[in-house]
Design a protein around this ligand. Structure first.
Ligand SMILES: Cc1cc2nc3c(=O)[nH]c(=O)nc-3n(C[C@H](O)[C@H](O)[C@H](O)COP(=O)(O)OP(=O)(O)OC[C@H]3O[C@@H](n4cnc5c(N)ncnc54)[C@H](O)[C@@H]3O)c2cc1C
Length: 287
């Protein structure tokens, strides 16, 4: 078991990792890719870097610093977190247990931009199989997605119903983790139909009645993780206290996923401050 697992390997995550490792905690960083900084061609407003620096270069410097401290960084996609005595972080490769978790996965994903999606979110449209699957026992469900995250959500939903269709919304299937008999619809989604609750998905190929829709597009986002573990979110951000602890004790969050000023300076600061709370929490737990 690890002391801390950090989900994400951007500036918020790496900043926290530096402090945690230097406090002698056993820290594991798990991130799937380079996050927002990959797209930032030049960062000109970060302290101590005259002349600017590309997002990738800045990240590489962060990784180098982490390597100097022997911080373990794994490149894996996290699909969920669950709470037992401690926390279990699930990735597409396996599971690892930790006393505390820091969610630093950047800004949340966008929803589906079709008629009915916003209006019916929370009225038959869910973002969390573990949270809401129970309400759909024996019902007909759609999962929207095309990757490992969607496959993981389908696996969770199979505890409640076998009638599940995966809608890829025209995207290619990029997961090997589905059962061979999984029903898949590759048509583009045009509308989510329903008055008070979801009634059907309308695609370019037809109308498909469903009782509920689980959205699992791309990879799991910060809000997905928070929902799975029962932490409160608001306005697309994870809600944290001044020590960056979420409403679930032992689960912390930092950086863009907590909202506010979406800048590297704030992400680095969040990570540093969060580490103080995490160190305190882990040391108390180990007493
Ligand atoms: C085009 C562009 C230009 C920008 N320019 C500037 C600028 O000039 N100055 C500035 O200060 N800021 C700039 N920003 C903003 C800055 O990049 C972010 O504020 C900062 O990177 C946030 O850090 P973070 O650690 O919170 O999230 P991110 O850097 O987004 O890192 C998120 C991490 O979480 C990981 N992750 C996400 N989901 C999962 C999952 N399911 N499993 C595993 N890992 C996961 C990602 O792989 C990534 O490692 C820019 C952003 C963009 C997009």
């Amino acid at each position: 078991m690890r002391d801390v697992i950090i989900i994400g390997k951007g500036p918020a995550a790496l900043s926290a990792a530096l402090y945690l490792k230097r406090a002698n905690l056993d820290v594991l960083v798990i991130g799937k890719d380079y996050g927002s900084l990959e797209k930032a061609s030049s960062i000109d407003n970060y302290f101590g870097v005259p002349g600017g620096i590309s997002g990738m270069e800045l990240l590489e410097k962060g990784y180098e610093q982490a390597r100097e401290l022997d911080i373990e960084i794994r490149t894996e996609e996290v699909t969920g977190i669950r709470q037992e005595d401690n926390f279990i972080v699930q990735t597409t490769v396996g599971e690892t247990e930790a006393i505390a978790v820091l969610i630093a996965t950047g800004k949340s994903r966008a929803g589906l931009k079709v008629t009915g999606f916003e209006e019916l979110s929370g009225k038959g449209i869910s973002f969390c199989a573990v949270c809401d699957g129970f309400f759909y026992r024996g019902k007909s469900l759609a999962v929207i997605g095309n990757g490992d995250y969607a496959a993981a959500e389908i696996a969770d939903l199979h505890h409640y119903t076998q009638d599940i269709t995966l809608f890829t919304n025209g995207a290619p299937l990029i997961t090997q983790r589905l059962n061979p008999d999984q029903k898949i619809n590759h048509e583009k989604i045009l509308e989510i139909k329903g008055t008070d609750r979801v009634e059907a998905i309308i695609t370019e190929g037809g109308t498909y009645p469903v009782d509920g829709i689980f959205v699992a597009m791309g990879t799991a986002s910060a809000v997905d993780f928070a929902s799975k573990i029962g932490a409160l979110v608001g306005g697309g951000n994870i809600i944290v206290d001044p020590a960056f602890m979420t409403t679930v004790e032992g689960v912390f969050s930092a950086g863009d996923c907590t909202g506010g000023f979406l800048q590297v300076a704030k992400a680095v600061s969040d990570g540093a401050v969060a580490s103080k709370g995490i160190i305190k929490f882990v040391k108390e737990k180990k007493k």
